[in-house]
Design a protein around this ligand. Sequence first.
Ligand code: UDP
Length: 236
Amino acid sequence: MAEPAYKRIMLKLSGEAIVGENGQVINFDVVGKICDQIIQVVQMGIEVGIVIGAGNIWRGRQGSNMDRTTADYMGMLATGINALALQDAMEQRGVPTRVLSAIEMRAVAEPYIRRRAVRHLEKGRVVIFACGTGNPFFSTDTTAALRAAEIDAEAILLAKNVDGVYDSDPKVNPNAKRFSQIDYIDVLNRGLTVMDTTAITLCMDNKIPIVVFGLNEENSIRRAVMGEEFGTRVGA
Ligand code: UDP
């Protein structure tokens, strides 16, 4: 049987990935389907870390004249809500899961301690990293890159609502071309909106490949873990 391409991965989910079609902030049918996909790879013995965003609840200043740092803290706290929703769905399916938070909230999550995160992963627990980096002016993409580097994840799996990285927006340009592979530096030079530039730079400096794929495709997380050629691989 084919061997998985990675033993330890970091899965990045955007907050919008769990919004329902009827505009619900969190749709548990959608969350459940994502969890079922994650469980496929947990059962293969893959160690899984997850960073989830908060675009479904709150993102930065949202066009208001709020103080940027306060608005960003709201965004980070909102990721905690999504993290708990994901944890609940995972545990309802019998998968032990820990939420580790960059902002201390001991009643609901463990504080983020790198060694503890690694220990949980080694024991087969899914680790959900909540509250971003704990710092304003960053994003959850950057959080995924930072935590991936810290826990020695072999790849970031970037689950999107499009099936890879294109040279232009495929929703606008029907002739848009999907890259099967692209270098970090080309993503930066072409200004492609894969991840924000801080996150891409961090991945480039630490040689962490990013596998971009459509979350809606069947078995997409397992296929990415198996190293199947689909979506786009961002790397050197
Ligand atoms: N955020 C932050 N620092 C971090 C991570 C997140 O300030 O380290 C805030 C920021 O305001 C961001 C919001 O949390 O807009 C939600 O995260 P993000 O926009 O990355 O969520 P996604 O787009 O992935 O759903």
